[in-house]
Ligand binder design. Structure first.
Ligand SMILES: [Fe+2]
Ligand SMILES: [Fe+2]
Length: 248
């Protein structure tokens, strides 16, 4: 069984080679920075790139006549419908990625190569299915707004890049079930916050039915978060040999 706390021949620390470590410290003056200037240079360079580049992407115009009418209606009220479309596009991308993350987590659980603690396969499958249902809900919402659900909105692109580390560590054959829980916890924390905000934005635009469906999704996400957090904490405490507190 794999364990993230297994003792082994980890050679990344200097204490593994005390002689070489000492020599490296003695010779560090021989390797000064090769670039001229100070750390302010990189800040200036990044600012120059920022000034030259455009945004990550754009929100495409409504795909249907109905969409144009809805956008105009929102604009008449002083609202920016494209901001909502961008954020729904982001959740759509996130829920699709969330479904993939649960597929990976279920795979880790089934492989049984590391400790799974109190985790329960039927709950994992339910969470996976709910992520997929949320994806389908968002697809419908974009269609209702006359937007094209296949479009990668700027926030969707941004969220895809953010999630790359999670996908990478969870698809790593060496990662343990606990490490995958740790990654999915980040996703669930972000997911909960984003659903809350999305329902507030939809409410603010007078789209009360849509806002209500977002709140229902958020209630399910809260259960995902609470459950993952409990399994995650219990596994670390079990590994650390700490007794769970018994509340009377
Ligand atoms: Fe989700
Ligand atoms: Fe979730």
């Amino acid at each position: 069984m794999k364990k993230e706390t297994e003792l082994g021949m980890n050679r990344t620390g200097m204490a593994m080679a005390p002689k070489e470590g000492k020599r490296q410290k003695e010779n560090e003056w021989k390797a000064p920075p090769i670039a001229l200037g100070d750390s302010g240079e990189i800040v200036r360079l990044r600012a120059a790139y920022d000034a030259e580049s455009g945004p990550i992407g754009t929100v495409s115009p409504p795909a249907t006549i109905k969409g144009v009418a809805k956008t105009a209606l929102q604009m008449g009220k002083g609202h920016n419908a494209t901001a909502l479309i961008d954020k729904i596009g982001e959740r759509l991308a996130f829920e699709r990625a969330g479904t993939r993350l649960y597929e990976l987590l279920i795979g880790k659980f089934r492989a049984g190569e590391s400790e799974t603690g109190d985790a329960d396969l039927s709950a994992l499958i339910r969470f996976h299915d709910e992520e997929r249902e949320h994806f389908l809900l968002l697809w419908k919402c974009l269609e209702q707004l006359g937007a094209d659900p296949t479009v990668q909105t700027p926030s969707a692109d941004h969220t895809g890049v953010k999630g790359m580390g999670l996908l990478q560590t969870m698809s790593d054959p060496r990662s343990t079930f606990y490490q995958c829980l740790d990654a999915i916890l980040i996703a669930e924390l972000a997911d909960n916050e984003a659903w809350k905000l999305l329902s507030e934005v939809a409410d603010g635009m007078g789209l009360s039915d849509m806002a209500a469906s977002f709140r229902d999704a958020q209630a399910q996400e809260q259960i995902h978060l609470d459950t993952i957090r409990t399994w995650w904490a219990a596994l670390v405490k079990q590994e650390a040999g700490i007794e769970e507190e018994v509340h009377a």
